[in-house]
Each structure stands twice: as structure tokens, then as C-alpha cells.
Design a binder for this molecule. Sequence first.
Ligand SMILES: C[S@@+](CC[C@H](N)C(=O)[O-])C[C@H]1O[C@@H](n2cnc3c(N)ncnc32)[C@H](O)[C@@H]1O
Length: 387
Amino acid sequence: MMKTTHKHYILNAANMAAVADCSINLVVTSPPYPMIDMWDEIFCHQDGRIEKALKKPDGTLAFELMHKVLDRVWKEVFRVLSPGGFACINIGDATRTLGDNFALYPNHARILTAAQALGFTALPCILWRKQTNAPNKFMGSGMLPAGAYVTLEHEYILILRKGGKREFTSPAAKKNRRQSALFWEERNQWFSDIWMDLKGTRQAMGKQTNRNRSGAFPFELAYRLINMYSVKQDLVLDPFLGTGTTMLAAMAAGRNSAGYEIDPSLLENFYDKCHDSPGHFSSVIQQRIYLHNEFVRQRLEAGKPIKHENTHYGFPVVTRQEKELVFSIPVSVEQQSDQSMVVNYEIPSRETAHTVTAPPNTPAVPRTSGAKSRTDGLLFPDFDPGP
Ligand SMILES: C[S@@+](CC[C@H](N)C(=O)[O-])C[C@H]1O[C@@H](n2cnc3c(N)ncnc32)[C@H](O)[C@@H]1O
């Protein structure tokens, strides 16, 4: 039976001493955002000069000092990543008025520059459209030119790689890679550069204070990235673990994980949350299978043949690369210590894959008439692992 291990450390990620050099296959993370005021306190704790710069006010200096705090973590990320390993960093730019001066603070550009200086290769990034319906979202002079500002409604997912392409050399590694494949129609949606369909997280949090402070990203953001940039049994790290979304997504995807978080309150009851999650994890996979079956049905109805068959489940697949794709469903979570959990998996049977029904909240699959993209909706719009 497949197992994965998940460890979290309540420590500053500027020193990830428990993580060996070149031991991590993928980093999925979202740091505190410089110049967004909800994160001021956490930055000021890590460098006293930041508070003075904000009070002065000197936005340029505060921005740079906050990024210097993050640079220490990016250095560690580079050290622990294995050659060919990826770092996916979710970050938004900030706008802020200091004194009389309203300005943009381009966080994504500053992180890219720092990452390239460390030796990372920058790859095409994803824009995640994060719509806001706040009534005061338009800023500036309203209908009167020329003093209004464009509303920022997107964030970035920076995609960085350490060194050249990852090699899969042994027969076992190649097989595991084939078993970790995505569906063709998922590839078409997930590898597009703009994700319109991810909403801010709905994760229920134990305490209101935590919810205000968490800045959690949607489960699906982490789940997609993990499936896109790692294979089963890999080790995924989140140095800014927050409420543990990356760790939950790693569990659902059959990857091992590790995480660092400086604020212990965010991970209170984390084991209970994981322990109660296998039902949700299972519906994530059920939904992928269900949507694939729907895609196949529509494609065949549209008179488009599907040449290949998945060897494990017997359903049609568009490409040869999907033939060995096999899902691992988490069935139980065991606590090993205060910081460590083991997840046990089983493989859904051929019969289950054929009879799977749509879990609650599955989006309607629009008729594709053979179009490339299966759906503009979320795969798991309401996935919520609970408090
Ligand atoms: C944007 S939040 C991450 C949210 C997370 N992706 C989630 O889904 O819950 C950033 C997190 O980084 C933590 N943090 C800030 N500085 C840190 C540091 N130096 N080391 C470890 N964690 C840190 C904050 O406490 C916060 O929880």
C-alpha cells in the first residue's frame, strides 16, 4: 500500500536546517506580501528598520527591506531544491498610499530578480485572476481623467526551475512519471497562462483571527501545481505553510510534504483537519474521473474518435501518455508525532472509475463540440477540507 509522510516545523524558514540540500522536488508557496498592510507586523518582527521606514514614510526603503527578509527564504529554497526541481511562488503586487504618495510596489518583479540572481531559471508564469467585488475597488478621480488607477485583480504564480530539465532515468522512475500523468484535457486547461477560474479560498478556519491573517490560497491552486510539476512520492515543500493548504494538496496528490510556518496559531488542530479530509480528497479524485468520463462522452458524441485506452481503468484517453495514469486515493491519515503524519492510499478499481458519479458541487460540463478546453469552471469549486 502506498504511503506518504508530511512534516511541519513551527520555525522561521530563513533557516530550514531540517531539510537537506537538494532533497526537495517542488516548492509551492505564497509568502507574506510586502507592502500589503496585513503583513506589516510579521515583517517588522523580522527587521526593526521596516517599521521606521514605514513611519518616515519611505515606501521604497520599506519595500526593499521586506524583500530582503524574503530573500533569505528564497536562498534556502534554492539550496534545498534538487536539480531540475521547480519553485511555484504565488505573489500579488501591492498598491499603497504612504504620506500623499499612492504607488505600485511590484512584488512579482522584485522576487523574479532575486530568484534569477540566486541562479533560478525563470519560466513562463501564470496570471491568476482574483476578482474583487468590493464596492470601493476603483481608486482615484472616478469619472474625471486623468487621476484614476487601474484596479489590480490578478496575482502571479512565478514558475522557477533550478538548473536544467529534470531527468527520469531508471525504468521505475519513468514508470512512476507515466502513472502520474494528467488527462489531455486537464493539460489544456492547467498549462494556460491565465487562470480565470480560481476564486479566493473558502477554507473554513478555526478562529476568526486566523482567517483574517491567513491569506490562504485556494486548494485547487496548490493541487494543480503539484500535479503539473511533480510526480507521485515526490517531496513538496511550502516554506510559508500558513493554514497548510499545500500540505493538504500534497496529501490528495500522493506526494510527501514538508512545511515551515512562523505563526503556531495557524496550524492549531491541523491534524484533526487532515484526519477528517480523506472523504474530501476522495471526492477530488472522483471529480477528475467523472469530468474525464464526461469529456469522453461529449467528444465521442461529437464524432471525434479517441484512439487510446487507459490500461488500469479501461476508459478512453486522447494520448498514449495517459495510458498508465493511475490515481491514488488517500484512505486514512495517522499522526506520528506533533509535527508528522502518514497518509495511506488505495487505488480506485476499474469498476469504480466506470460508475463514478458527480460529487456535490461538480461544475456543469459545458458542451465542448470537440473544443480543446473541457470546462471553464473549477474542477473543485467548493472543495473545503474543513476547519
Ligand atoms: C500568504 S501566507 C501563506 C498562506 C498559505 N498558502 C495558506 O494557504 O494558508 C504567508 C505565511 O507565511 C508565514 N511566514 C511569514 N514569514 C515567515 C518566515 N520567515 N518563516 C515561516 N513562515 C513565515 C506567515 O505567518 C503566513 O502564515
